[in-house]
Ligand binder design. Sequence first.
Ligand SMILES: Cc1cc2nc3c(=O)[nH]c(=O)nc-3n(C[C@H](O)[C@H](O)[C@H](O)COP(=O)(O)OP(=O)(O)OC[C@H]3O[C@@H](n4cnc5c(N)ncnc54)[C@H](O)[C@@H]3O)c2cc1C
Length: 493
Amino acid sequence: AYVTYAPEMMEFLERTSRWLEFVWKPGYADYYPELPGGSELGSTINVPPIDLRSLGDEEDNLLKPLALAPKGIWLGPKDLRLFYQVRQNWRGKAVLLKLLWRKFRAHVFGDRIAAIGQSLAARLRLAMKERDIPLWLDAPMTELITDVDGGVVGAVIERAGTQLRIGARGVILATGGFDHDMVWRREYLPELEHDWSFGNPVAVGDGIRAGEKVGASTDLLDEAWWFPAMCWPDGRLQFMLNERMMPAQFVVNGAGQRFINEAAPYMDFAHAMIVGHRTGVSHIPCWLITDTRSFHRYVVGGHLPIPKVPGAPVPTGRKVPQAWLDSGVVRCAPTLDELAARIGVPPAELRRTAERFNELARKGHDDDFNRGDSVYDNYYGDPTLPNPNLYPLTTPPYLAFQIILGDLGTSGGLRTDEHARVLRSDDTVIDGLYAVGNTSAAVMGRSYAGAGATIGPAMAFGYIAARHIAGRPGNQDISAVISKDSTHIGGNS
Ligand SMILES: Cc1cc2nc3c(=O)[nH]c(=O)nc-3n(C[C@H](O)[C@H](O)[C@H](O)COP(=O)(O)OP(=O)(O)OC[C@H]3O[C@@H](n4cnc5c(N)ncnc54)[C@H](O)[C@@H]3O)c2cc1C
């Protein structure tokens, strides 16, 4: 259903509103390009950037991105990759200039440009306004209303202190996952020590709970859209992505050993952390080991390898920021033995791992984990090297970056069928109830096929569910405060 209806959904949206335009952006490979149907050019679909001023008063309702770029600076997907090559080629330096130009424009002309996910959310909101589709904010759904046969015929919504019973021909649950309900998450995955989710702050599982209460079954509740990350002492999370594709680095567990192709897609990397941790050897956290040469050549932990710029919004210069070292998230030592002591792994084993890694890197092939074999691995690698993902660690002092088990949100939830209808454990359909996005158990299962693997299905199954509801007879029975053909339940844009 996803493969069939995703293109139809995009065509429908493009027909419906002038704000919506979807563009294929080739270049970022699918995460398994070598598998049947996979593509080295990738399947990334994007929307053009947008000036958020077009939202008017609604701009304040748009959830702010977590990784707040300095004011005025915005990055399209390709900009980011080239930006990471700022020391490798002129195109990387050109992106740096482009970013400074954007900052200047924001300062002088007041531009407020947003790209990728923020642009998509803004455009969807504008399309709703254009079509006069009502959206209630601060109006949480608290429970579902059922009829005598157990079918869902509406929902209870709290609005301005009043409980409204709203009748509907169908209810689509789209309240996100349960990213921040740590009790619930640990019940299914005890290895998860902390709330390391980048997910929507209000994703606490309301929709999944409401579905369960009316008899829905669930699946994949131990899963998430895992994303290995760093967590600073103030709780701020930071992605660990391009660093794992950097050539002169490897990641070790508590035994000082490599355990996966470091450049692997984020779900696979995180699964290896979880599975490894269950063996009794610490993998949460694990440590990315690199050297000073890399620190001076590549963007690591958000540090820009350019001469020190006083007042720059991100760390620059040749010295490792003292705040990083003070935090304990980054550790530094003149020898591998001392670094091993600082991160609590056996020194002889770390030395042995480094020797083996360097030997493979010099040879140009990672015989142990095949890092660099997939085009996906190469994306954020160093294009000036024969193997963009391999280079020996040569230059002390050595650095270790702590990696924790971050995620973009949970991916388990209510079981659904190909029409997005919610299922009971005996596979019968709960009439009138639909679930999409992170409220549903992911159509991707325990994997992440490529960019957009969460938002793509969320939008496609939203479309599928709406189409299905449109084909259902109206419901006359319920005494509703407001009766509409279908009720859109959603919070922030
Ligand atoms: C930093 C970051 C980067 C990401 N990058 C990508 C990417 O590049 N590609 C990709 O595919 N995915 C990406 N994701 C993941 C993606 O954003 C989420 O998986 C997706 O937004 C989930 O969509 P959803 O509709 O299920 O939930 P959400 O987007 O969380 O929306 C749920 C909505 O329901 C509302 N709500 C919650 N409870 C209630 C209630 N009781 N009643 C009414 N409303 C309620 C919330 O306010 C919210 O507006 C990223 C996530 C993060 C955090």
